[in-house]
Design a protein around this ligand. Structure first.
Ligand SMILES: C[S@@+](CC[C@H](N)C(=O)[O-])C[C@H]1O[C@@H](n2cnc3c(N)ncnc32)[C@H](O)[C@@H]1O
Length: 189
């Protein structure tokens, strides 16, 4: 018997509507969102961080798993997007939306969960690892599954994915989020 897909948290739906209204197409998928919610729930007193807020869709998924003792901080360099996201969480003391470069997050480190989605992922890979607390979970989405090892993308070895998957300070794996997309999940030793 067919069942309905799991419900989408109210604030996620609000952020998705805001993204549609703004013409913003880079929000995380619902599949990745459920992974974010799970990761946040695993750290009920943790510091949860996101680089690249967009319109707040990923933030809303992280928020949906947030424990009462946790806090969530996210940074977005596009001022209009940051304002939109801040409005969605205006009534939520546990969430801080920072308008500016992702480096603003550093003052809140170490992170128990880090969804690195805008700034850092490609341009400051070692810093991303260094910002994690021991046991901290790093999530990076938007990869294309590769049947090869080392993983390849567009015919070339994917050095970015390889960095995180083989970093000596991380225990990392890649999981399918849809049949055509994957995410790297890593925990700092
Ligand atoms: C993939 S989108 C983020 C989507 C969002 N995390 C979500 O899941 O809904 C990437 C965002 O990162 C922002 N961004 C890119 N570089 C940045 C930087 N250096 N600092 C802060 N934000 C940045 C972009 O403006 C864009 O809104």
């Amino acid at each position: 018997m067919a069942t309905a897909p799991p419900a989408v948290p109210t604030r996620v739906a609000t952020a998705e509507r805001a993204a549609a209204a703004a013409g913003f197409t880079l929000s995380c998928t619902r599949e990745v969102g459920r992974l974010l919610s799970l990761a946040a729930a695993a750290k009920p007193t943790g510091t949860i961080a996101e680089s690249g807020t967009g319109c707040g869709v990923g933030t809303a998924w992280l928020h949906s798993g947030l424990g009462s003792g946790a806090r969530l901080v996210t940074a977005e360099r596009n001022a209009a997007l940051a304002r939109t996201a801040a409005g969605i969480f205006a009534d939520e003391e546990q969430v801080q939306v920072l308008a500016g470069d992702w480096r603003l997050l550093e003052q809140h480190a170490p992170f128990d969960v880090f969804f690195c989605d805008g700034g850092g992922k490609r341009d400051a890979q070692q810093d991303v690892v260094d910002l994690l607390a021991p046991g901290g979970v790093l999530i990076l989405d938007d990869f294309t599954p590769s049947p090869d090892w080392p993983p390849r993308f567009a015919g070339e070895v994917d050095e970015l994915r390889l960095f995180y998957l083989t970093h000596p300070d991380l225990v990392a794996t890649e999981v399918l989020t849809t049949p055509t997309s994957s995410a790297v999940i890593a925990v700092r030793r």
